[in-house]
Structures are given as structure tokens and as C-alpha cells.
Design a binder for this molecule. Structure first.
Ligand code: ZN
Length: 429
């Protein structure tokens, strides 16, 4: 029997029992180890002994980004300092940064479930994984690497950027898998195409982290590189970091590691659960995190749970790609819009590229106007602009219920970045 990193539980019932044990442990651990958590629980009138079923989760108080920021530099630490072996942090100005402490067990757990990502993506020990993400305090390239090594594949710790070097590694080391942001994936695909080296490389799979990848972007990368699979790897520093789930080869949504954390999807306004399948804010509770456990942490990320079984047969439940952040929501003429919705509409239209910008202006008439700047597809004639604009405008109107102005620009003229591309420009002041 080959080594597996999948959960030992075989049924949903076993998974629930495991979650209850983990929840009870976490609440007790946090209450004993961290005065902030203890005070929050006291204020909410709930004690560790009150947690008798998974349903009791909703009696627990929420934790927010502010709780993490207020305790700077080592917020919500629930173990003595001599147990801490590493920190990571999310970027932000001093005092706004969120710093997270890890124990050795936290690092071991993270490595284990990161190895599961590679197993979920059906890698083998023969695979060579080019890790083109940042290493350091801010971005945990090291977790990609430790998971890869635990899994038994070969890690190529390339780091981000430097397309010259990336291309060289792809050719010389014959990397079969590349881990990067989707924006960098697109840059790589265009670079490989420009250099005409596609038949000299062996890349079969790409794993995209830390940014939503639009369907159009994926289509373009697939077209240029002919990769077999592209996976989305979610992750946030508060919840270990990257690697807390992955879509399987059926790409029916992201399987998340429900044996390591409980995911609630709540209405960001009422904080009540949304009906299954509807979009809401991800709220996470860890089950065995020692250094900084999370209890009902409001992530601000929006997604929905995907009901029903996956063809792969995994008992691990699925959520959709991240649709955006509740903070990123654009309010335009009283309609709530998430950039992900625009992505979605554009990816369904032929003849345009994968890059776009949303520009919001307030004009002299006091009204708000939205302009979409969209790239024409490669080789698409300017003469088609009126037709394309009309088509895009009509689809946006139909699906998002707003009117937009269109500006089509040449393929390759909107800025690409190796990190997250900025897409929303709000000039409304
Ligand atoms: Zn699956």
C-alpha cells in the first residue's frame, strides 16, 4: 500500500466525530492558553464544557482580523514561547500586520496536508516541482517545498520572477509541475510561446496560489502550454498558509481539509449560515492548531459550498473558487458587484483576451459610471470592436444587471504582473 496523506476517516460520520473532538480540544486549548480567547468566551457566556456537539460551534464568539492586529506582534498565542519554532506574517503596515506563531506540530501538520495537495493532484515520486513562489516571512514558499519533499517528489525551489531562469530550469531540469500565481503562469506561458521552447519542456501540471485565476486566463495558459491540469491552491497566513485544500483532477471545486478545520459559510451582514450552495463569507475554526488556534475566524473571503459527492469519491467536502473578498465588493449604483463576477462573464465571450480592468468614475452629473477595459484576443481585428463591445455590454447587463462602457485595447497592452494584477480602479473619491 503506497503512503497516503488522505484522512484516515472513511465516512462523513467519522469525519464529524473527528471534528467534534478537534473542536472540543481547540476551545479548551485556546481558553487555557490565551487570555484574549478566554475573555471573549466569558463575554459570550460559553465555556469549553458547553461544547457537546458540532452545533455548539455557533455559541462561540467570532474572531476577526482586528483581534490579530490588536495583539501585535504575537496575537492570540496559545502556547508558551518555548514551543514556538517559526513565524509567518501577512503584509501590511507595522501594527496592521498579522503575525502567526507555529509550533513544531503545526509545521508537521501543515507539511502533511500540503503533501496531500500533491497527492490530490495525482503527482508521483517521479515528478519535479518548480516552486516559483516567494520564500520568507510574507509568503510561505517553504510550505510548498516541505510538502513536496514529504510527498517524495523533487523540489526545485526557484522562487518567484526571473522568467529567464524559470525557462532555463524548465528546460534543464525538465520540471513537470510548476507552482506560481496565475498571473505569473500567464507570463510564463507567453514567454515559453515567445521563445518557441514548448517542445523542449515537460510541464504537465500547474498549481496556482494566492490569487483567483479566471477561466479566460486558464484557457489562454492551456492553449499556449498544453498543460494537462491546472489546480487552485487556497491558503491564508491565518490558517497555516497555502495548501489548505485543492481541486482534484475532476476540477469540480476545491476539496478542503475538513479534518484540519471546520468551514462555515455565513451571510457577512447577519452572520447566519447561508442556504447550502449560496455565496457567503468563509469562517474557519481550526481543529488541531496549537500556536494560534482560530475560533470562528472571519476570513472576509467569499465562496460557496458545493453540495453532493465528487466523482473522485473523496469524503472531503468542496467549496467553489474564491469569488472575491467581502472588502473588495464594489457598490455601483446600489448593485453589489464582485470582480469575480466580471471575470466569469468575460471568460464566456470569444474573441477577447484574459486581461481586463474595471474603472469607476463619478461624472459631473453626479452619477457613477463603470468602464471595462478589455483586451482583444490575439490576432483579433479592430474592426470587430463594435460587435464585441455590444456583446460584452449585453452579457454584463444580463448577468450582473448593470450598464457599462467598453474600451477595447490591443492584446498584450494591459499590465501583467508576477504577483496579483490590480483590476479595479475606483476614481470616485
Ligand atoms: Zn474530487
Amino acid at each position: 500500500m503506497p503512503k497516503t496523506f488522505m484522512p484516515a476517516m472513511k465516512t462523513g460520520e467519522e469525519l464529524k466525530k473527528h471534528q467534534l473532538r478537534g473542536l472540543q480540544w481547540t476551545v479548551k486549548h485556546a481558553s487555557n492558553g490565551c487570555s484574549t480567547y478566554r475573555q471573549k468566551m466569558d463575554a459570550a457566556g460559553v465555556q469549553p464544557v458547553d461544547i457537546q456537539s458540532l452545533d455548539d460551534l455557533k455559541r462561540l464568539p467570532f474572531t476577526t482580523a482586528m483581534d490579530l492586529q490588536e495583539g501585535y506582534p504575537f496575537p492570540l498565542l496559545s502556547v508558551p514561547f518555548d514551543k514556538v519554532v517559526r513565524i509567518h506574517a501577512s503584509s501590511g503596515t507595522t501594527g496592521k500586520r498579522k503575525v502567526l506563531c507555529y509550533t513544531q506540530k503545526d509545521i508537521d501538520d501543515w507539511t502533511h496536508f500540503f503533501a496531500r495537495c500533491y497527492e490530490m493532484a495525482r503527482l508521483t515520486a517521479e515528478d519535479r516541482v518548480q516552486i516559483a513562489v516567494g520564500y520568507g516571512v510574507w509568503t510561505a514558499g517553504i510550505s510548498f517545498q516541505m510538502g513536496c519533499e514529504a510527498f517524495g517528489a523533487m523540489a526545485v525551489p526557484a522562487g518567484p520572477g526571473n522568467l529567464d531562469m524559470q525557462c532555463e530550469f524548465l528546460m534543464d531540469f525538465q520540471s513537470t509541475v510548476m507552482c506560481c500565481t496565475a498571473s505569473m503562469g500567464l507570463l510564463m506561458a507567453e514567454e515559453v510561446n515567445r521563445r518557441g521552447i514548448r517542445n523542449k519542456i515537460s510541464m504537465k501540471k500547474m498549481i496556482f496560489g494566492s490569487e483567483r485565476s479566471s477561466d479566460a486566463m486558464r484557457d489562454r495558459i492551456r492553449e499556449l502550454l498544453g498543460v494537462e491540469h491546472m489546480f487552485d491552491i487556497p491558503g491564508m497566513t491565518e490558517l497555516y498558509g497555502p495548501g489548505t485544500g485543492l481541486d482534484c483532477i475532476y476540477h469540480t471545486g476545491i476539496h478542503y481539509w475538513a479534518d484540519y478545520y471546520i468551514l462555515e459559510i455565513l451571510d457577512p451582514d447577519t452572520l447566519e449560515p447561508v442556504p447550502e450552495g449560496e455565496t457567503g463569507e468563509m469562517v474557519v475554526t481550526t481543529l488541531q492548531k496549537e500556536g494560534v488556534p482560530l475560533i470562528r475566524y472571519r476570513t472576509r473571503d467569499l465562496t460557496r459550498l458545493l453540495p453532493g459527492p465528487c466523482p473522485c469519491g473523496s469524503i472531503l467536502p468542496r467549496h467553489d473558487r474564491i469569488l472575491g473578498r467581502s472588502d473588495d465588493m464594489i457598490i455601483f449604483r446600489a448593485v453589489n458587484i464582485y470582480p469575480g463576477q466580471v471575470d466569469h462573464v468575460l471568460s464566456g465571450i470569444e474573441g477577447i483576451g484574459s486581461e481586463y480592468q474595471i474603472i469607476l468614475d463619478r461624472k459631473k452629473d453626479g452619477k457613477d459610471y463603470m468602464t471595462l477595459k478589455v483586451e482583444r484576443g490575439q490576432g483579433i481585428d479592430k474592426g470587430l470592436d463594435p460587435e464585441l463591445s455590444q456583446k460584452i455590454g449585453a452579457e454584463i447587463k444580463k448577468q450582473i444587471l448593470v450598464s457599462v462602457g467598453l474600451e477595447l485595447v490591443d492584446y498584450g497592452t494591459l499590465p501583467r504582473s508576477e504577483r496579483k494584477s490590480k483590476r479595479v480602479f475606483d476614481n470616485r473619491g
